[in-house]
Design a protein around this ligand. Structure first.
Ligand code: HEM
Length: 322
């Protein structure tokens, strides 16, 4: 353990809750050699067995961080059925919990009680993106795990897909992001799927005057309707339909520009001047998207974290230590 970390832990024990320790990429180098590499290896093998797992693992870290910070709370099973897993934005669509369970089990065998569930989520999000050929970034570590999980909090902190630009901007600003970073992070929708139920209202029941959202390109709307028939709530369709296989690229932004975004929230990035210029910039440059996406993920990974002597290192990511 390095001296800065030791001082930080001592300080946070003496002055509970006020001292804030820095995260560090080398946090586990001496306490769990091989731990970070094991996470990478296990993530890679799960994603190579099922490529669709990569987007799901990326989304898990986002949903963890936006609800009471990156504290692994999204992983907790709440016995009363009122936890984050039961919230509107998570129930039936969030997946990858078994992947995290498996990684945690193997880490506990390697070095018990050392690597937090919150850090596993941060590492796995990066490793999953890399495993499908996406961008890479360094993951600062040293988060600790929280002990509560609330569906109500998740409902008010996760953005619904019918959000307009102001709602998205207000939420992301409250988490410390600029509008430019909101646009950057939304680019995650270059991979992954949605349930047809999520876009039924946009296709068939948009408003009292128009059944289908006029912001959708008509040809694309027809194609979405073929894939998601009226009343279909169970089929899953790709968010970026330009390629059959999920690829990490900036296609999401050209989709937004051409009226081929699947959610209203995505389409709304066209409705604000500054945000539209940012969409145009990222549509032109995959390298800018990749660099800025990594930076924004690191920033996301610092939202309301627990460090030092705060929180705990859960033994099982689904339950608080007894
Ligand atoms: C900007 C506001 C956002 C909204 C409104 C939103 C909403 C959604 C919704 C509704 C789904 C589909 C759920 C389903 O029906 O299966 C989804 C999927 C996804 N979202 Fe977002 N999201 C947002 C931002 C983000 C961010 C910031 C990230 C990550 C950095 C992200 C990553 C993903 C991924 C990777 C998927 C696909 C998941 C899978 O295939 O399992 N989203 N999002």
């Amino acid at each position: 353990m390095d001296s800065k970390l030791l001082i930080c832990i001592v300080l946070s024990i003496l002055v509970v809750g006020t001292a804030h320790c820095q995260l560090s990429e080398n946090f586990y180098t001496s306490s769990c050699p091989g731990g970070v590499a094991l996470v990478t290896q296990l993530t890679r093998s799960r994603v190579s067995a099922d490529r669709t797992m990569a987007p799901s693992l990326l989304r898990l870290h986002f949903h963890d961080c936006f609800v009471q910070g990156c504290d692994g709370s999204v992983l907790l099973d709440n016995p009363s059925g009122q936890g984050e897993k039961e919230s509107l934005g998570n129930k039936g669509t969030l997946r990858g919990f078994d992947v995290i369970d498996d990684i945690k089990k193997q880490l506990e065998a390697l070095c018990p009680g050392v690597i937090s569930c919150a850090d596993i989520l941060a590492l796995v999000a990066r490793d999953a993106v890399v495993a499908i050929g996406g961008t890479n970034w360094s993951v600062p570590l040293g988060r600790r795990d929280g002990s509560g999980s609330s569906a109500t909090l998740a409902n008010s902190n996760l953005p619904p897909p019918n959000s307009n630009f102001n709602a998205l901007s207000t939420l992301f600003t409250s988490k410390g992001f600029t509008n430019s970073e909101l646009v950057t992070l939304s680019g995650a929708h270059t991979v992954g799927v949605t349930l047809c139920s999520t876009i039924q209202p946009r296709l068939y029941n948009f408003s009292s005057t128009t059944a289908t959202d006029p912001a959708i390109d008509p040809t694309f709307a027809a194609s979405l309707k073929r894939q998601c028939a009226f009343g279909d709530t169970t089929t899953r369709i790709k968010l970026d339909q330009t390629t059959a296989l999920d690829t990490w690229d900036q296609n999401y932004y050209s989709n937004v520009l051409r009226g081929k975004a699947v959610f209203q929230s995505d389409a709304s990035l066209r409705s604000n001047g500054n945000s539209l210029s940012r969409v145009n910039q990222l549509a032109r440059s995959g390298s800018v998207f990749n660099r800025d996406f990594g930076n924004a993920m690191v920033k996301m990974g610092r939202i309301q974290i627990l460090t030092g002597a705060q929180g705990q290192i859960r033994k099982n990511c689904r339950a608080v230590n007894s």
